[in-house]
Ligand binder design. Structure first.
Ligand code: ATP
Ligand code: NMN
Length: 237
């Protein structure tokens, strides 16, 4: 459609484990982007981080990927990509992951070139994140200046505002982000919830229920593999 930009949303993160909140980010983003009339979201990609990221309590990518795949089984547009966590031999900065996926799209298009009308535009990868990830841009030495610049100016960011954060103020106060504000979509999640992977891990370690917070298939997987300090309840053995 003329004037409508095709977009692929890429979410990078630990996904330790993936929660309903993470999946919801994609749905909220797609609805809001479509409502602008300027974008068509064609795909959502979840890229769990490499084990080398070394965050405390990070489970192996094998389990994190398996759970993310189970969680996306019922989606017809969101998928898990394991290039970052399983093909790479070390942690990759987010800009490298974005570049990889943009290259993939361009290579695929070249392969299919004869079947595609030349004026048809290539889909653009954008970083989908929560406000906490965007705000981590200001943590000293966490992100290279040139990476932040490339992420925002070349790819663009779709940021879902988490309750309690002030992403708009953060963009205003950053010279880099405000210069490229046309490449940043700030989207409000009006249906607040406080599900976080940290709280899920904590509840599991305490033997508390996480039903309705993460998909049932993942609860089953966690219990079957004894992850996060959970154990198989005696009744279900
Ligand atoms: N409640 C939330 N609202 C908006 N974005 C969120 C929320 N929870 C997580 N995200 C986003 O999901 C993406 C992946 O998050 P990631 O798994 O790395 O961290 P997390 O969910 O905060 O987990 P942890 O609690 O283990 O730090 C990030 O972009 C993060 O900003
Ligand atoms: N310099 C960078 O590219 C950089 C810095 C910090 C986090 N990240 C990414 O942000 C994501 C979220 O990390 P946390 O789980 O620590 O919030 C991960 O995918 C990680 O690779 C990238």
């Amino acid at each position: 459609m003329p004037g409508v930009t095709k977009i692929i949303l890429l979410a990078c993160g630990s996904f330790n484990p993936i929660t309903n909140m993470h999946l919801r980010l994609f749905e909220v983003a797609r609805d809001a982007l479509h409502a602008t009339g300027r974008y068509s979201v064609t795909e959502g990609i979840i890229s769990p981080v490499h084990d080398d990221y070394g965050k405390k309590g990070l489970l192996s990518s094998y389990h994190r990927n398996s759970m993310a795949k189970l969680a996306t089984e019922t989606s017809d547009w969101i998928r898990v990509d394991t290039w970052e966590s399983e093909i790479q031999t070390k942690w990759s900065p987010t800009v490298t992951v974005l570049r990889h996926h943009q290259n993939q799209i361009e290579c695929k298009r070249r392969r299919l070139d004869s079947n595609i009308r030349s004026e048809e535009e290539v889909a653009q990868i954008k970083l989908l994140c929560g406000a906490d990830l965007l705000e981590s841009f200001s943590v000293p030495d966490l992100w290279k200046e040139e990476d932040k610049e490339e992420i925002v100016s070349k790819f663009g960011i779709v940021c879902i505002t988490r309750s309690g954060s002030d992403a708009a103020k953060f963009v205003y106060e950053s010279d880099l982000l405000s210069t490229h504000s046309s490449k940043i979509e700030l989207i409000n999640e009006w249906i607040y919830n406080e599900i976080s992977a940290t709280k899920i891990r904590r509840a599991l370690a305490r033997g508390q229920s996480v039903k309705y917070l993460i998909p049932d298939a993942i609860i089953k997987y966690i219990k079957a593999n004894g992850l996060y300090g959970s154990s198989v309840p005696v009744m279900n053995k």
